[in-house]
Design a protein around this ligand. Structure first.
Ligand code: HEM
Ligand SMILES: *[C@@H]1O[C@H](CO)[C@@H](O)[C@H](O)[C@H]1NC(C)=O
Length: 335
């Protein structure tokens, strides 16, 4: 599809999303030991309107580029994978830091300007109080809600790192070719159950992917679980060229309704329409396929399990208490 039709489609969907979103209010994050010093209402005394300020800034920006929702949900995952959910991904290169964005694993990360814009609004109301790491978490939460997904209560209290590592990004952000075994251990290390692991991958219900992420499923031989019409679409648009020569402007919808946060992703992967290797694999593996089928038919249950998984992801190796700092500018360490 063209950028124009995408933006039009997305705009109408977001209007719908706004009116729908309040129906899905879930609170499933119990005291299971994975909150790691984070809590609800962390800024109640220091910046009581934090969630409203974030939402207002986010909402005014999202109409400029509705596709930012997918980008910001992925941003949270990629931040949490490197060191922990500490906003290390936002640090620009300097004498002592190489930005994590130079890592190929962060290909496609965009719309960091949304984070900067939210940060300025917060600095105006509560200077030096709200961390960039919490802003990433809240922006991802708002992206899910505005796309029609669950309205997820988020634990807050993260602090920001004073360092970043592009090499750690190379090591820790998974490739789309990851196995089901490695995916299970990755999310198990964050305290997720098997159901939560399948649910968190359901984030691929929104957003896009590029040829570089699907070439392995096309050449030298086509993945037998990649079926028409998806297979024909990908073959037609992604030629068997080395990654350096790929046209990175070509992108594909992650699922057939990629502007909605819904359970279409699970029906698509059961039908050979998954975009990335791992999407296709969880629909086939005996351990995960039953859960995929359940989410494919029960969206409310998917939303509930996703909500608890999301808070566990956002609690990965967080800095709390007096560790780290509250960055004044998300792109640079405080001097
Ligand atoms: C095994 C774990 C995962 C793998 C291997 C994986 C892989 C990928 C890849 C290859 C892309 C496309 C990059 C591109 O070509 O532009 C992508 C996009 C995306 N991923 Fe994942 N992912 C994983 C888990 C997650 C999780 C846990 C989340 C969030 C909770 C997430 C959210 C997204 C979103 C929203 C997009 C679309 C981004 C956009 O529209 O710009 N992914 N993922
Ligand atoms: C496309 O993106 C990949 C992955 O980051 C990169 O290796 C490649 O050089 C890019 N291709 C072009 C033509 O810029």
């Amino acid at each position: 599809m063209t950028r124009q039709t995408l933006v039009l489609l997305v705009c109408s969907v977001f209007l719908l999303g706004l009116s729908n979103s309040e129906y899905y209010s879930v609170d499933t994050f119990g005291g299971n030991g994975f909150s790691k010093g984070l809590r609800f209402g962390f800024y109640a005394a220091t910046c009581p309107k934090v969630e409203t300020i974030v939402r207002e800034s986010f909402t005014s920006n999202i109409f400029r580029d509705p596709t930012a929702a997918g980008a910001l949900i992925r941003l949270a995952f990629h931040d949490c994978q490197v060191g922990g959910c500490d906003a290390s991904i936002l640090l620009s290169s300097s004498d002592s830091i190489t930005s994590e964005l130079v890592s190929d694993r962060n290909f496609g990360i965009r719309r960091l300007d949304f984070i900067d814009s939210i940060k300025s609004s917060l600095e105006a109301s509560c200077p030096g109080v709200v961390s960039c790491a919490d802003i990433i978490a809240l922006a991802a939460r708002d992206s899910i809600r505005i796309s029609g997904g669950p309205n997820i209560p988020i634990l807050l209290g993260r602090r920001d790192s004073t360092s970043a590592s592009n090499l750690a990004a190379d090591r820790s952000i998974p490739l789309p070719t990851i196995s089901v075994d490695d995916t299970i251990s990755l999310f198990q290390s964050k305290g997720m159950t098997l159901q939560e692991t399948v649910a968190i991958l359901g984030a691929h219900t929104v957003g896009v992917g590029h040829c570089v992420s699907v070439l392995d499923r096309l050449y030298p031989t086509q993945d037998p679980n990649l079926l028409p019409p998806r297979s024909a679409q990908l073959r037609a648009q992604c030629p068997p060229t080395p990654p350096q020569l790929l046209n990175n402007n070509t992108f594909f919808a992650n699922d057939f309704t990629n502007v909605f946060f819904d359970n279409q992703y699970f029906r698509d992967i059961l039908n050979g329409q998954g975009l990335f290797g791992i999407d296709s694999k969880i629909a086939l593996d005996k351990r995960t396929s039953r859960i995929v089928s359940m989410f494919a038919t029960n969206q409310a249950y998917f939303f509930a399990v996703f909500s608890s998984a999301f808070n566990k992801m956002l609690a990965s190796n967080v800095l709390t208490g007096s560790s780290g700092e509250i960055r004044r500018d998300c792109k640079v360490v405080n001097s």
